[in-house]
Design a protein around this ligand. Structure first.
Ligand code: PLP
Length: 371
């Protein structure tokens, strides 16, 4: 039988995710599948929790990878923490803030949104006025807005939310493992991430953490969590305690991959990992500048792992992406929503964030654009 997998070749993944996967993570994924209640597997799960706590900078007991991609982590936070009628404020400056508002609205929450320009960060002064005007049960924001390349001032936002008593929910899908994420020090109550960005593991798991306050809210709900698969109060019985109870069959090999990917990040050291992202980003911005290309986001708010580059005048952006992929084996991303056709999104996430990859992309881009 024809096997399409045989002709798959490795692509240099420089888009908005997934990112390149290190060989040892592929090796981990290919280890023998064992039972999801096998004591050896339970020990791996316990280590994954510990590694996640280290990478997320949290001591939260409720820290585990949800089965599913980043959006499953997003849903997990909302379905467990929001009840119908709860007042939720979502700060929006890109696609993923919009997705959060959509998820919260579907749960019957009283959702307010505070919108900022795409390509600009959340403005704390505007947030303050909104927080002064209404009491919220939850405030939610995206740390690294992958659709625009903007880093939101999360520490400042968290400090504003704290005195209001609202739960603070953070999307760390693209930020975790690429820039500092300090869940406990910032006072984050719930946070979710994804494996396929700066953790450099294929898509399929979403690390989630809940503070004690968030766990309290979840345990004292008036209504049942309206989603069986993502009900953390049930899932936790599989992830904690001396007797583990079956909830759903854990994606065993994906968890091996995450275990290995987290180990790589921690072995390299978080600071070294952040430096590598920053240095690759600086090299990229400088090289793009020498090709006459400009960035969308002001320097102060740029993400190192997601670079939004303005499409030069007269360039057919889709054909450049297609040639990069077909002729050079490099993937970069297109703009989304109002930025479609206006930007490319160049990812320097996890294992991809290396100077040699920047050089390879710049050479290819120069040749495709006839520079
Ligand atoms: N949040 C952010 C900031 C993202 O970048 C993404 C995916 O790109 C998601 C959430 C959703 O993650 P997934 O596509 O893995 O479901």
């Amino acid at each position: 039988m024809n096997n399409r997998l045989e002709s798959l070749s490795e692509i240099l993944l420089m888009g908005p995710g997934p990112s390149c996967v290190p060989p040892s993570v592929y090796e981990a994924l290919a280890k023998p599948t064992i039972g999801h209640l096998d004591p050896t597997f339970i020990a791996i799960m316990d280590d994954i929790k510990g590694r996640l706590q280290n990478v997320m900078k949290t001591e939260n007991r409720m820290t585990l990878p949800v089965s599913g991609t980043g959006s499953a982590g997003m849903e997990t936070c909302f379905v467990n923490l929001v009840e119908p009628g709860d007042a939720v404020l979502v700060l929006i400056n890109g696609v993923f803030g919009m997705r959060m508002a959509d998820v919260a609205t579907r749960l019957g929450a009283d959702v307010d949104t505070l919108a900022f320009d795409w390509g600009s960060p959340v403005v704390p002064e505007q947030l303050q006025a909104t927080l002064d005007g209404k009491k919220y049960d939850m405030v939610a924001v995206v740390h690294a807005e992958t659709s625009t390349g903007v880093c939101n001032p999360v520490e400042e936002i968290a400090a504003q939310v704290k005195p209001t008593g609202a739960l603070f929910l953070l999307d760390a899908v693209t930020s975790l493992g690429g820039i500092p994420v300090d869940a406990d020090a910032w006072g984050v109550d719930a946070m979710y991430s994804g494996t396929q960005k700066c953790l450099s593991c294929p898509p399929g798991l979403s690390p989630v953490t809940f503070s004690d306050r968030a766990v309290d809210k979840m345990m004292n709900r008036k209504t049942k969590v309206p989603n069986w698969y993502l009900d953390l109060s049930m899932i936790v019985a599989y992830w904690e305690g001396s007797q583990r109870a079956y909830h759903h069959t854990a994606p065993i090999n994906m968890l091996y991959g995450l275990y290995q990917a987290l180990g790589l990040v921690l072995d390299e050291g978080l600071e070294a990992v952040f430096d590598r992202h920053r240095q690759s980003h600086e090299a990229l911005v400088q090289a793009l500048g020498s090709l006459g290309m400009e960035m969308l986001v002001a320097p102060k708010f740029r993400l190192p792992m997601l670079n939004a580059v303005k499409i030069p005048h007269g360039v057919d952006e889709a054909s450049v992406r297609q040639k990069l992929l077909q002729d050079h084996g490099i993937e970069i991303g297109a703009g989304l929503g109002p930025l479609a056709g206006k930007i490319w999104r160049i990812g320097l996430m996890g294992h991809t964030a290396r100077k040699e990859n920047v050089d390879r992309l710049i050479d290819a881009l120069a040749s495709v654009c006839g520079k």
